[in-house]
Ligand binder design. Structure first.
Ligand SMILES: [Mn+2]
Length: 324
């Protein structure tokens, strides 16, 4: 583990730097990689590598970055950003395993796989560390770099709503806005704008909404037929799964997604004091306290029955319904 000053020294001395993001990349990993690459581009060869396709809403981050690949035969300084575990590097793992010089991260679960690690678990986003690192480097924080880092903080804090949001998150975001970050525009892109196919799918799914246990549980279905009708796909369903829990009085929001093989993926979202991981654990799944999932290999009516039974058991152990 190293501190901010030591990390800054390592980056200053490097001439060729490769920045690696995690697979299934989000705004924090991409924002950090592109902010660092832009801030360090002058007088160096820099490159950002991402194991997966970068979503269209993030394309602005790489704009203006010189497309100069690292010269062949050189051994670049390799930096992983927002990567807690080597497994999260996807296809890049084979190439860079044991070759990562520096990891900059905020996950308390970081496996310390890099030669040097700059880690701050209290930070809501790696972008908070990268901002302070750029100050340490005396880098010129352009409005584009400010956009990248603001996006990282906003996305990792759920638009400054999650419990991980701190005074530091707000302070750094405020400084980034002062440096030209387009806060309102970026938040609209990431938290408001939805595709038409997403809205069509959400409409169909919400139409299937049913309440159970006197309104303590709300359940929706997403079927293969709904994907076909809406033109949407499973990657777009994450946000839909959080909708049933938003309803007043609901403690368990359940979404049953039909798989192409006819099995169902249950996504559960709960409120205090209900444990989503405990419900899913009864059916062979798991996850976090407020968000968990499991796979149910049964036809539709039975799938619903076993899930409701697991929910009932958890409602009873939390004494929200009386045992029969
Ligand atoms: Mn992050």
């Amino acid at each position: 583990m190293i501190d901010m000053a030591a990390a800054a020294r390592l980056l200053t001395e490097a001439r060729h730097i490769v920045f690696l993001t995690h697979a299934n990349p989000d705004g924090d990993t991409l924002g950090c990689a592109f902010a660092l690459a832009q801030a360090l581009a002058e007088g160096r060869h820099v490159q950002v590598l991402c194991p997966d396709t970068i979503g269209e809403s993030y394309h602005f981050m790489g704009a203006g970055l010189p497309e100069e690949p690292i010269p062949a035969g050189s051994a670049p300084f390799v930096v992983a950003v927002d990567v807690a575990d080597i497994c999260l590097l996807g296809d890049l793992r084979q190439v860079y395993e044991n070759k990562i010089d520096l990891c900059i991260d905020h996950h308390g679960s970081n496996r310390l796989f890099a030669k040097h690690t700059l880690l701050e678990p209290e930070a809501a986003a790696t972008a908070e560390l990268v901002y302070r690192l750029l100050l340490e480097l005396g880098a010129d924080i352009t409005h584009r770099i400010a956009d990248c880092l603001f996006a990282g903080i906003s996305i990792d804090t759920g638009c400054f709503r999650y419990a991980n949001t701190t005074a530091q998150s707000h302070r750094i975001a405020a400084e980034l806005i002062g440096l030209g970050a387009r806060a309102a525009e970026l938040n609209q892109i990431f938290f408001e704008t939805k595709t038409r196919s997403y809205i069509a799918l959400e409409h169909l799914a919400m139409d299937s909404l049913r309440f159970y246990f006197d309104g303590l549980c709300a359940l929706i279905w997403i079927t293969q037929e709904m994907y076909q009708q809406s033109g949407s796909h499973e990657a777009e369903t994450d946000h839909i799964a959080s909708r049933p829990r938003q309803i007043e009085g609901v403690f368990v929001g359940a979404t049953l997604k039909e798989r192409p093989d006819g099995s169902f993926r249950a996504s559960l979202r709960t409120r205090t004091p209900l444990d989503a991981a405990a419900i899913c654990g009864r059916l062979g799944g798991g996850g976090h306290v407020r968000a968990a999932g499991c796979t149910i290999k049964k036809p539709r009516p039975e799938a619903e029955a076993v899930l409701l039974e697991a929910i009932r058991a958890e409602l009873e152990s939390a004494r929200l319904v009386g045992a029969e």
